[in-house]
Design a binder for this molecule. Structure first.
Ligand SMILES: [Zn+2]
Length: 306
């Protein structure tokens, strides 16, 4: 699925409500997490927030144009409410039937966190809901000027609730040792040929053990992620990017996937696909009996991770 994620406001003069916390900060916190989580579940995400705008109207217009130009499947605008420091809870706006059913799923998941259920509401007065082609919703996550809501607010939980409502899938939360995601992690690390500290493949049993932690740290070291030994959203994103096996060419590629390939072919892991890396890839191709071109295409990926 291709999701258009619209992080509300954060584009002066389009700025959000001021409360106990600022709406701009909250939408950014939650929105960034939603984006990472959707990507880690394998979805495509189009960020719809413009980088600058001449007016509030222009900011809203650009958000819709970005979503429409990219033909997103669903458009989600993330906001926080404010009123009289007393009102509290969650409401989600929609116009179409599809929008309303998505809105209800998201609302139900946020309400499970303890927020008051203000319902799914008609969003036909809201510019971004009305002017996007895809089914569109606007989430008023909770009230940024009400203490009870701000005490309950947790960006991670709200982002998980939004992603769960959108996809029906449970996002892989950071700092989890949930059995299913541990098993997936062990399978992924084995497929990537990342070993524990004794150079051994992991036992795929869904149990977080010292070997799994060590292999996770080894992977994080290779791709230059903070070494926590726990596979959070950033680690999963890196794993999924590699497993997508993008074609890499010398002087055209950089980043996480390049670091992984450099590690595998014995080049310096600086993340830049320069001549040194190309030479190491050629050597690897020769050893594996592949045609030698210094690019990492389907054949080379086939040997690297199958
Ligand atoms: Zn707002």
């Amino acid at each position: 699925m291709k999701y258009g994620i619209d992080i509300g406001h954060n584009c002066p003069p389009d700025i959000g409500a001021k409360g106990i916390r600022q709406e701009d900060d909250l939408t950014m916190e939650v929105g960034n997490k939603v984006v990472l989580k959707l990507k880690s579940l394998g979805h495509q995400v189009i960020g719809c927030r413009p980088s600058s705008a001449s007016s509030v109207g222009n900011s809203l217009q650009q958000r819709c144009s970005i979503a429409n130009a990219n033909n997103v499947d669903v458009f989600v605008s993330i906001h926080f409410n404010s009123f009289n420091k007393q009102a509290n809870g969650t409401e989600v706006f929609a116009t179409s039937d599809t929008g309303r059913s998505i809105a209800k799923r998201i609302l139900d998941n946020i309400v499970k966190l303890g927020f008051f259920n203000r319902g799914v509401k008609d969003g036909s007065h809201l510019y971004v809901v009305k002017n996007t082609n895809a089914p569109a919703i606007l989430v008023e996550s909770c009230f940024c000027d009400t203490k009870v809501d701000m005490d309950r607010y947790n960006a991670e939980n709200i982002a998980n609730a939004i992603v769960k409502g959108l996809t029906g899938q449970s996002p892989l939360p950071p700092d989890t040792d949930d059995r299913t995601s541990t098993l997936e992690l062990q399978q992924a690390l084995n497929r990537l040929k990342i070993r524990d500290d004794n150079g051994k493949p992991l036992v795929e049993d869904g149990t977080i053990d010292n070997e799994t932690k060590a292999a996770t740290i080894n992977f994080q070291q290779i791709v230059d992620i903070t070494e926590t030994g726990i596979a959070g959203a950033t680690t999963w994103l890196a794993i999924k990017q590699i497993l997508a096996k993008p074609v890499l060419r010398a002087n055209h590629a950089a980043g996480t996937v390049v670091k992984y390939v450099q590690y595998r072919v014995g080049a310096q892991t600086d993340g830049i696909y320069g001549p040194g890396t190309a030479a190491a890839v050629e050597k690897y191709q020769k050893q594996q009996g592949l045609s030698v071109d210094g690019n990492v295409g389907p054949q080379t990926w086939g040997k690297l991770i199958g």
